[in-house]
Design a protein around this ligand. Structure first.
Ligand code: SF4
Ligand code: SF4
Length: 466
C-alpha cells in the first residue's frame, strides 16, 4: 500500500551482499522516503506509546532510523530489531505531526512483512489470514462453537479464578476485552429481523444502501449492527446487508500483505457491481478506512484496481453518510414525526463525550466533524469534548492483547481524560475501540457506558417517533 516514491539513484549501495544478512529488497522502495526524516523529534510527544510509557525507543524517529540503518547496512534485520516495530499502533499520529509527513505505518508494515518473509510466520496466523478469514461461513461456525463453550460458564469461571491468566495472560486479556454475553450473531439476527424498526418500511424506490458487516459487530456486538440498520431505514433507505468477509486490516497490520490483498479481492468479488448502491456504509471506522484504501493496496493489480476505486467512491462511514444525507432531521421527515422531542427532558441532559477512532479520524478518512455534529444534534445529550479525543485508545487490533501493559497504560490515560468531562456515555464508531474503552472504564471503576454513534441515533429516532 505504498504511495511513497521509489528509491532514487542515490540510494545506498547494498548490492553484493555487504553483510551476511542484507536489507530486504522491498525496503529499497522506501529509501527516498525515510531519508527525509530530520530527527527533529516532533513525532515523540504525540505518540500514544511514548505518552503512556515515556519510552523513546519506540517512537517514529527511532523506528525510521533503525529502518534506514538496515537499508544502509549498518544494522541487520534480526530478532533484536523486532520489538521497536512490534510496538506501533499504526495510528499515524507521528505522520500528522511530521513536517516531512514520514509514513511510519508504511515503514512498520514493510518491516513486519519482510521479517515474516525472513523468519517465517506462525502456522496459526497463516491459517487464519489465508484460510479462515476469507470464508465467513467457516468463521461463523468457529465463533458459534466458541460461544457454545462460553455458555457453559467454564471458561469465564477459569478466567475469574485466574487459572487462564496463569496459563496465558494474553488469552485472559482477550476474554476481558470480548466479555459480552454470547448470543446470536449479527448475520442471524438480520435474517430474523422484521421490517423497519421505526415503523415505516422504506419505499420500493428508496435509495439502496449496502451495509458492510464488520467482524466486531457480527461476532461480539451484534446489537450495534441492528441499531445501524434501524437508523439507515428510518432515514429512508432500503438496506442490503453484504455477504462480505473480513476486510483484511488485521492481516495488513501483521504485514501479511499477500493475505490482505487476497481478502480485498475476495470482498470485491463478493460485493460485485457497486453501482447498484447509492452508498456502502459501515459503522466500523477501521473497516471503512481500510476499504477506502483497497485501491492503494491493489495499485499494482490493474485487474482489480478499477473495482477498488469504484468501491472507494461508494464507501461511507456511518456518520459521514448520515450527515451527507441530511442528518437525523431526515429521519424525522421519513417517519413523519416532529423533529423536536428527544429522549431527555429539559435539565436532565446526559453528558456524552467522543473518542475518535484512528481509522475514522483525520489521519485516515478525515471524518472528524460529522460524528460531533451528530452528537451535538441529539436532544437528550450534552456533548463535551475530551482532551486527546483523537489519540489512539491502545486497542489497535490485537496490540492490546499482545502488549497488555502498554495498552493498559494508554487506555488509563484516555479514560482519565474521559472522566474529566463528567460524561456518563462515551460515543465512538469502531468495535475494537468500543471494547477497549469499556475495558478501560471498568478498570478505572467508572460506570460510564460506551455506545456506538448509531446506537445513540437509533435511540434519538425512536424518541422522536413516539
Ligand atoms: S517528526 Fe518526522 S522528521 Fe521529525 S523525527 Fe519524527 S519522523 Fe523524523
Ligand atoms: S504510528 Fe502511532 S504508535 Fe506508531 S510510531 Fe507513530 S505515533 Fe507511535
Amino acid at each position: 500500500m505504498s504511495t511513497v516514491t521509489e528509491r532514487g539513484a542515490g540510494g545506498p549501495a547494498v548490492a553484493g551482499g555487504a553483510t551476511k544478512n542484507a536489507a530486504p529488497e522491498e525496503f529499497q522502495a522506501l529509501y527516498d522516503h525515510v531519508i527525509t526524516c530530520g530527527k527533529c523529534g516532533f513525532c515523540q510527544p504525540v505518540c500514544p506509546i511514548f505518552r503512556a510509557t515515556g519510552r523513546e525507543a519506540n517512537v517514529a524517529r527511532g523506528k525510521v532510523a533503525l529502518f534506514r540503518n538496515m537499508l544502509e547496512d549498518r544494522t541487520e534485520l534480526e530478532p533484536d530489531t523486532k520489538d521497536a516495530f512490534d510496538n506501533c499502533l499504526l495510528c499515524r499520529a507521528c505522520t500528522e505531526a511530521c513536517f516531512s509527513a514520514v509514513k511510519t505505518d508504511k515503514v512498520v508494515v514493510s518491516y513486519r512483512h519482510a521479517y515474516a518473509g525472513r523468519f517465517g510466520r506462525g502456522m496459526i496466523q497463516r491459517a487464519v489470514f489465508h484460510h479462515l478469514l476469507p470464508r465467513p461461513r467457516l468463521m461463523r461456525g468457529l465463533v458459534r462453537t466458541v460461544w457454545a463453550l462460553r455458555r457453559t460458564g467454564i471458561p469465564d469461571l477459569l478466567r475469574r479464578t485466574g487459572v487462564i491468566g496463569m496459563i496465558n495472560p494474553k488469552i485472559q486479556r482477550a476474554m476481558e476485552l470480548g466479555g459480552g454475553t454470547p448470543g446470536a450473531l449479527l448475520t442471524s439476527r438480520i435474517k430474523k429481523r422484521g421490517k423497519a424498526a421505526a415503523g415505516t418500511a422504506p419505499a420500493a424506490d428508496a435509495p439502496l444502501v449496502g451495509y458492510w458487516i464488520s467482524c466486531g459487530y457480527n461476532y461480539v456486538l451484534p446489537e450495534v449492527g441492528i441499531a445501524t440498520l434501524d437508523v439507515l431505514e428510518a432515514l429512508g433507505n432500503r438496506v442490503a446487508p453484504l455477504d462480505n468477509c473480513c476486510c483484511g486490516l488485521a492481516a495488513y497490520g501483521y504485514g501479511d500483505v499477500e493475505a490482505a490483498k487476497e481478502l480485498a479481492r475476495e470482498n470485491l468479488r463478493r460485493i460485485g457491481d457497486v453501482d447498484r448502491f447509492t452508498a456502502i456504509v459501515s459503522e466500523c471506522g477501521s473497516c471503512s478506512g481500510h476499504l477506502k484504501e483497497y485501491a492503494e493496496l491493489l495499485a499494482d493489480d490493474p485487474e482489480w484496481l478499477a473495482r477498488a476505486e469504484a468501491l472507494k467512491a461508494k464507501m461511507r462511514s456511518f456518520s459521514e453518510f448520515v450527515q451527507e444525507t441530511g442528518g437525523l432531521s431526515a429521519g424525522a421527515a421519513a417517519t413523519g414525526s416532529e423533529a423536536a422531542g428527544g429522549i431527555g427532558a429539559p435539565g436532565t441532559k446526559i453528558i456524552v463525550t467522543y473518542h475518535e477512532s484512528c481509522h475514522l479520524g483525520k489521519r485516515y478518512q478525515n471524518v472528524t466533524a460529522q460524528p460531533r455534529q451528530i452528537l451535538r444534534s441529539l436532544d437528550g445529550y450534552e456533548f463535551r469534548e475530551a482532551m486527546e479525543s483523537d489519540s489512539c485508545c491502545g486497542a489497535a487490533g490485537t496490540y492490546g492483547i499482545l502488549h497488555p501493559e502498554t495498552s493498559g497504560a494508554i487506555i488509563d490515560r484516555k479514560t482519565g481524560f474521559i472522566q474529566d468531562t463528567g460524561a456518563t456515555v462515551v460515543a465512538t464508531e469502531c468495535p475494537s475501540c468500543m471494547m477497549q474503552l469499556s475495558y478501560g472504564l471498568k478498570r478505572a471503576g467508572s460506570t460510564a457506558k460506551v455506545k456506538n454513534i448509531s446506537e445513540l441515533c437509533a435511540e434519538e429516532l425512536r424518541g422522536r417517533s413516539k
